[in-house]
Design a protein around this ligand. Structure first.
Ligand code: BG6
Ligand code: MG
Length: 220
């Protein structure tokens, strides 16, 4: 199916900014504290996944059971460490090509939204100076169903007033690619084709895309 693109929706972690490393460090610290090891490979399973679900996966990896109260306390601890990391971030951590592409969209009058699972998204946007860049910011506090459910992207499209089929989604997580496809949007995977192969197109990063090229490929 061809798509006529009139708006874009971006995931945050791993697409606009490289926060995956801070999530990893904070989860690993929690695993250390709980007495098991957690590798970068394990961390792949947590990408794009909500905080609560991430903890469940982490506990599965450690073969550990915690009470609901302990789980809540553990997730809060992880988040405190994570926030300590992101509070040190600045504009230099915006991923290559991201700002240039957003500027290009602005030049063409194309609206764009953020569609992130993170409850920390507004805080990160403030740290990197992009708090006013997006026409709509849909984050983990605004959705009830996590990716791969398409809710986050459908809300973004609705807030911009653009039909889903006219939106292009940029995602680095497998669950996010699935959410974009289920929303009926043109879906661009940002990362490895081996992981994101279901997307309409896969690019290594936003430095590899221009507005003109996006429009053309979406129409093919
Ligand atoms: C996603 C990340 O964007 O946000 C996940 O890819 C993370 O790794 C999720 O778990 C939730 O983030 P937060 O900041 O609300 O804990
Ligand atoms: Mg992501």
């Amino acid at each position: 199916m061809t798509h006529i693109i009139k708006a874009c929706i971006f995931d945050l972690d791993g697409v606009i900014v490289d926060t995956a490393k801070y999530h990893f460090l904070a989860w690993r610290r929690l695993a250390d504290e709980l007495g098991f090891s957690f590798t970068e490979q394990d961390n792949e399973r947590l990408k794009g996944v909500s905080r609560v679900r991430s903890l469940e996966i982490l506990l599965e990896i450690g073969d550990l059971t915690l009470s609901p109260e302990e789980q809540e306390a553990a997730a809060a601890r992880k988040n405190r460490w994570y926030v300590e990391y992101i509070d040190q971030m600045d504009r230099s951590e915006i991923l290559p090509g991201a700002e240039e592409f957003l500027n290009e969209l602005n030049d063409h009058g194309i609206p764009f939204a953020l569609g992130s699972a993170s409850k920390n998204a507004p805080r990160i946007l403030r740290r990197i100076g992009l708090e006013n860049a997006f026409a709509a910011v849909i984050d983990g506090t605004k959705v009830s169903k996590a990716k791969p459910d398409p809710e986050v992207f459908l809300l973004g499209a609705a807030e911009m007033g653009i039909p889903a089929e006219n939106c292009a989604v940029f995602e680095d997580a497998e669950a996010g690619v699935e959410a974009g496809l289920r929303a009926g949007m043109y879906t661009v995977g940002v990362g490895e084709p081996e992981v994101l192969g279901k997307a309409h197109r896969v690019i290594p990063g936003l430095a590899a895309v221009t507005w003109e090229d996006l429009v053309q490929k979406a129409q093919q």
